[in-house]
Write a protein that binds this ligand. Structure first.
Ligand code: IMO
Ligand code: MG
Length: 401
């Protein structure tokens, strides 16, 4: 059995918190796409962990953690995260030999290209995600399994740098010295080599265990179905998690979608319900909406039912968690976008969001939902808000955080 946790908005929904909450029910936690652009904050016993590449199950003493074939791995970051733990977690982690590697030049390319785009920048996390996936698709990428034979890998990389000489020059990026590169690759191999296996086979062989696919980024950042080109470079939706792990669609049991009680976005691109006034500021302040990965202030706004319904359908959500409800505490009225307007009403998330305007309805606000642990104890208007969302998005809201 495999369940899946997926973000329904533009990321940072609180996926890590829910993964950590349910992780004890699972034996194997799997990351299947993205890389260290993700930032999952989990607090355990008062200690705060910011995970970027490690699956959130590393905080569960009994779970195995898998970095699947669909992930792009920056070994330097992974080693750093592993070393951040007081105890040894290496025996609880496997890395797919098919996962592609991010090297320093991918990061340099990402940042140089963003600079050249100027005001049209995507606002990437600058972690080399796009360039690494681009190499994968162009069939010139490096897979983690290639660390087994560093001589061969060096030969391949030398050819790669030769082929891309003009491009590197144009971007103002230095080609790394092969000797330095060899040193680095040896270091990666030493630190990670024992964990690199065929994780697809591992998952198949262990399918009698309970598995959880932990999504990174989110539906509206999906390379195909998101707000292209202001997206990340992987398929973030449920079907991408299957590609990124080697599990067949028939194996998927339950899909849990995660959404915040409002909406945030970090980076550029359309965001119909963004509030650039005092309401947005208040949400940012109350919700501490600053990026885990880059520290950037997040753009904030109201819940968007059109986008959420689209995300529920794309992922086939069985249940939804609504996060950070208490951030909306203290608003007189809360707004919800129930349709868009662009030469008439649209109630479907269109392929481009050019010039769409949100159509809002206002619901009564509430004073205090923070620290409530029972549904019955929520303020009436908070309950009504959740029930309204449930009715509109087409999926059962099983958790409220
Ligand atoms: P988690 O898993 C929020 C956004 C970036 C940018 C776009 C492309 O914490 O929810 P990339 O570096 O991926 O090429 O950037 O995607 N982005 C995220 N936004 N949460 C994330 O991850 C994100 N990962 C990427 O801000 O707009
Ligand atoms: Mg994040």
């Amino acid at each position: 059995m495999v369940d899946l946790i997926v973000g329904l908005q533009w990321g940072d929904e609180g996926k890590g918190k829910i993964v950590d909450l349910v992780a004890k029910n699972y034996d194997i936690i799997i990351r299947s796409q993205g890389g260290h652009n993700a930032g999952h904050t989990v607090v355990v016993d008062g200690k705060k962990y910011a995970l970027h590449l490690l699956p959130s199950g590393v905080l569960n003493p009994n779970a195995m953690n898998v970095i699947g074939n669909g992930v792009v791995v920056y070994p330097k970051q992974l080693i750093k995260e592993i070393n951040n733990f007081d105890k040894n977690i290496k025996n609880k982690l496997l890395i797919s030999d098919k996962a592609h590697m991010i090297l320093d030049h991918h990061i340099a390319i990402d940042q140089a290209r963003e600079k050249l785009r100027g005001k049209n920048a995507i606002g990437t996390t600058g972690r080399g995600i796009g360039p690494a996936y681009a190499d994968k698709i162009a069939r010139v990428g490096i897979r983690m399994g290639e660390l087994k034979n560093i001589d061969k890998l060096i030969e391949k990389l030398a050819h790669y740098y030769e082929m891309n000489k003009g491009y590197f020059e144009y971007l103002g990026i230095d080609i790394p010295s092969i000797e330095k590169l060899r040193e680095e690759l040896e270091e990666y191999k030493k630190a990670l080599g024992d964990m690199i296996v065929d994780t697809t086979k591992y998952l198949w062989d262990n399918f009698d265990k309970n598995m959880l696919l932990e999504g990174a980024q989110a539906t509206l950042l999906d390379i195909d179905h998101g707000t292209y080109p202001y997206v990340t470079s992987s398929n973030t939706i449920a079907s991408g998690a299957l590609t990124g792990s080697g599990l067949s669609p028939k194996k998927l049991n339950k899909v849990i979608g995660i959404a915040k009680a409002y909406t945030t976005r970090v980076g550029n691109g359309p965001f119909p319900t963004e509030d650039i006034g005092s309401d947005g500021d208040k949400i940012r302040k109350q919700g501490a909406e600053f990026g885990t990965t880059t520290g950037r202030p997040r753009r904030c706004g109201w819940f968007d039912v059109v986008a959420a319904r689209y995300a529920v359908e794309l992922n086939g959500c069985d249940e939804v968690a609504i996060m950070k409800l208490d951030v909306l505490d203290g608003f007189d009225k809360v707004k919800v976008c129930i349709a868009y307007e662009r030469e008439g009403k649209i109630d479907y998330f269109p392929s481009d969001l050019d010039k769409v305007k949100p159509v809002y309805i206002e619901l009564e606000g509430w004073d205090k939902s923070a620290n409530v642990t029972k549904w019955e104890d929520l303020p009436n208007n908070a309950k009504k808000y959740i029930e309204f969302l449930e009715d509109k998005i087409g999926s059962h809201i099983k958790y409220v955080s």
